[in-house]
Design a protein around this ligand. Sequence first.
Ligand code: FES
Length: 76
Amino acid sequence: TASVVRAEANQPINPVIRKEEAKVVDSVLVAELSKPLTAYCRCWRSGTFPLCDGSHVKHNKATGDNVGPLLVKKQE
Ligand code: FES
């Protein structure tokens, strides 16, 4: 219902990651990527944040959410 949506909108999206920081920001220098593909977490559940560790799969199953990583690919 609309009231449920509003209640959820008032919740932090980040439950636990680096809460001591005023704002969590990460930078990526693409030219320095050593691997051809790197997955960055956007669900805020990863144990290796900001990298994706696959925790979004469990989160999606538990909540019906559909979040996944940002894939950064090294240009050939
Ligand atoms: Fe968060 Fe994969 S663990 S997007």
